[in-house]
Ligand binder design. Structure first.
Ligand SMILES: *Cc1c(COP(=O)(O)O)cnc(C)c1O
Length: 387
């Protein structure tokens, strides 16, 4: 294919050319001095994005492997955990805990809404025996485009010892998550979302409290054993053979984070969100998430009455080379999702909105061409100079 493709997914996300070039460097010995230097530099860069001094381990995996690591390293079969689920990824995290024998109390919120910190407060404050060992939460729910208030959820624990295990696979590097200030015990993310590199590495941060829990964890583990990973990291290595090109890519991508600073990244991401939402709303479409809880990484949109969501994705891809994601699980064929994280800029959103208008018109939805584009342009014009 020589045509340009717009990869507007909530992962994998477009990779900057300088990062792709970094991946073509010759391989090095993963037990030698160059890799040691590389992993040390990369780990420090990841800690910067995480806003943490906690240990951060890198694992050869997609995001889900990182989530599994968060469960098997800090919990044991029979442990009671509170899982806050606001969509498909919240369900996945709870399922992993259940599959490893945890007793999962799952609170399901209506898809499109955020978790209520008061539910954590009520349960944990009544738990005087300390039976809850952990609270599982999704930072950014990629299936619905809703961001949870991590800080409030963490604070709602009060002085209950339950660990907070966070799936921030599509949140870290996109939306603010102050790992140390907000006392987030274990935070999982992956390379192919906000970090702008191809899939293949997951990251897990571990607080001192979580390391204590690791000591008594009885869940079976081998490949994902973070104690092993920590021992190897101290020698400048990973437990098993790492995807080396991902590390050279990461080194380059992390330079972008350092050069721009996290405030720039967070501001830019909110800006892209607002452009997208304005354009979609002006077309008369319904958004899955309310403004107050809307994600800076992905926007989920309901397909108009009578139009199959899948047809919108198909037309966008086939006629305009714009690739957006479909609805997941119970939203399958009912919604579609526009990713706007990482290596994406304001005018890319105009392309998506323009293509969407044309597709919807072809599918019989009465949209006035240019209406969504105009609303999106107005957001851009009104915020000149914010970046
Ligand atoms: C992408 C994602 C994951 C992990 O998916 P993988 O395909 O395993 O990388 C987990 N949680 C959330 C919120 C995600 O967006």
């Amino acid at each position: 294919m020589y045509e340009k493709e717009y990869l507007m997914l909530p992962g994998p996300t477009p990779v900057p050319p300088r990062v792709l070039r970094a991946m073509s460097e010759p391989l090095v010995n993963h037990r030698g001095p160059s890799f040691k230097k590389l992993i040390e530099e990369v780990t420090e860069g990841i800690q910067y994005v995480y806003q943490t001094k906690n240990d951060v381990l890198t694992l050869p995996s997609s995001g889900t492997g990182g989530l599994e690591a968060a469960i098997v390293n800090f919990l044991s079969p029979g442990d009671k955990v509170l899982a806050l689920s606001i969509g498909a990824f919240g369900e996945r995290f709870a399922t992993i805990a259940r599959n490893y024998g945890c007793i999962v109390e799952q609170i399901d919120y209506e898809w499109g809404t955020a978790a209520n910190p008061d539910d954590v407060r009520t349960r944990l404050s009544a738990d005087t025996k300390g039976e809850y060992k952990a609270v599982l939460v999704t930072h950014n729910e990629t299936s619905t485009g809703v961001a949870n208030d991590l800080k409030a959820i963490s604070e709602a624990r009060g002085n209950h010892p339950a660990l907070l295990l966070v799936d921030s696979v599509s949140g870290l590097g996109v939306m603010d998550a102050k790992t140390d200030d907000w006392q987030l015990d274990v935070v999982v993310t992956a390379a192919q979302k906000g970090f702008m590199i191809p899939p293949g590495v997951a990251f897990v941060s571990v607080s001192p409290r979580a390391w204590k829990a690791y000591e008594s964890s009885k869940a079976p583990k081998f490949y994902w054993d973070l104690g092993t990973a920590k021992k190897y990291l101290e020698k400048g290595q990973t437990s098993w053979t790492p995807p080396i090109p991902q590390y050279t890519a990461l080194k380059e991508a992390l330079k972008i984070f350092r050069d721009k600073g996290m405030d720039y990244i967070f501001t830019k991401q909110l800006y892209l969100r607002d452009i997208t939402r304005a354009g979609v709303k002006a077309m008369g479409l319904k958004l899955v998430a309310a403004d107050e809880v809307a994600s800076a990484a992905v926007t989920a949109v309901w397909a108009p009455e009578g139009i199959e969501g899948k047809l919108i994705n198909k037309k966008m891809r086939e006629e305009y080379n714009v690739v957006v994601a479909g609805g997941q699980k119970k939203m399958e064929n009912k919604a579609f999702r526009i990713g706007h994280l990482g290596y994406v800029q304001h005018v890319d959103m105009l392309v998506v909105i323009a293509a969407l208008e044309m597709c919807l018109l072809d599918l019989g939805y009465p949209v006035e061409l240019g209406k969504g584009v105009k609303a999106a342009q107005e957001v851009i014009m009104s915020r000149k100079g914010i970046l």
